[in-house]
Design a protein around this ligand. Sequence first.
Ligand code: ZN
Ligand code: ZN
Length: 539
Amino acid sequence: MKLMFLGATHEVTGSLTLIEVGGHYGIVDCGMEQGADIFVNEELPVDAEKIEFALLTHAHIDHSGRLPLLYKRGFRGAIFATEATCNLCNIMLRDSAHIQESEAEWKNRKAARSGDEPTPPMYTMADAEGAISLLRPCVYGRMLSVSEGVDISFTDAGHLMGSSSIEVWLTENDETKKIVFSGDIGNINQPIIKNPQYIESADFVVTESTYGDRYHDTAKGENSISHLAACIQRTLDRGGNLIIPSFAVGRAQEMLYFIREIKEKGMVHGHDGFPVYIDSPLANEATGIFLQADRRFFDEETTALLDKGINPLVFDGLRISASSEESRLINMNREPKVIISASGMCEAGRIRHHLKHNLWRSECMILFVGYQAAGTLGRTIRDGAESVKLFGEEITIRAEVTYLPGKSGHADKAGLISWITAFKKKPEMVFVNHGEDAVCTAYAKCLSEEYGFATLAPYSGTVFDLLECRVTKETEGIPVEKKIKKVARKNAFYDGLIAACENLLRIAHRCEGIPNKELARFAGQIGSLAAKLEGWAKK
Ligand SMILES: [Zn+2]
Ligand SMILES: [Zn+2]
């Protein structure tokens, strides 16, 4: 009975943990690595077809994005997840496959031009559809047997609609151990979804640590709403557009929820019925899933709205653009408006067009409502760049650039501590993952030194025997070798010519005073040499 930690080890993305019990294998999450890759992740030590089941904490791509790849490699077991997670995966895995296919197509067009071999996409739409067909919708709080000696139950983690912590009971030779996988633990008081629910018992816990070293500046939705209202007011007053780069699933719906409330309470003055465009096909599909979700996924405020017959994500002035033609027309009319578009970090998608049309206008505003990873266009703009390149054009940034404080889908350190200290009896071991290297280490240290937990922050490849309660394979983080930048190789013979000419000039400067006859003779010789060279020089 073992756990093998493979992904999101001393990193935030690429979640993957292998379970072995009585010779049966299963996995928890199967995420894509995103952003900067710091450590090498070990591959699954068993063939994909030998994995009997997958448990999925939530739909975010860094937890679900490699399920189609697993399918491509032969995995045909069931994937257990909450109903909302299954519905969101249905659109997100297709979207991911579409991105993989178009990126491969783009790269292969380049490869064809330079005579290189084409490379296939990581996975195709057919692989994504295959993985989707394996999804088994589950409800919160109901124990379910998923394989021999494996029972599970989902608990609301309050991070994204349908997100969960998973309780897993493993039984081998009549001995049962209970492991709780935290999944991503949500922030408190987020709109639409419930607060994270606590679990009270476990023999072992695997916890995330994304914000294990930080406190959010504010966790109150109320502050976000008034801040957002002020941003809308200020921008519309000066006749500009408010551009909100947003993640399509989760954050975009929160923005709609906030704006509905802003409109209902009349928090923006003098711009009745101001238009709000939601310009992202994925966001629109996700909004549909949110609206059709079962009531048990919603918090009290949202349920109360639904009881009154109010649609929490729809309001006067909401305009949905589906086609790219509709998207293009948004910037044609000069009516001040709010535009919510994806991707959230401005790396791809329609948001880049909106930035191109609005960044240079001082009356406009770019409002960031989510995390901007280092190296992304969003981060560059947020950090105060004076101009950025978009579609080959240098765009000067004159628009106001700001962010919405307190907006995070993740619990901060206080939230993580509340979650872990809810266990009545201390688990035998708390494994800390899903945090940047320093954060993950610091949070594990804090839990052991300040709260008395036995902790381990495993690197990829570490194996822990749950019955013996000990590490059976210890690994260290292997840093991903940074790609060495190809230095453009200059021609050494050309370098030699330049050096010779510079040497000649240096010597010439020392020749003042030698006989004029000699000066004239050398000048003539160098002149004819220059004329010869001139004949070769490129125009
Ligand atoms: Zn997540
Ligand atoms: Zn995550």
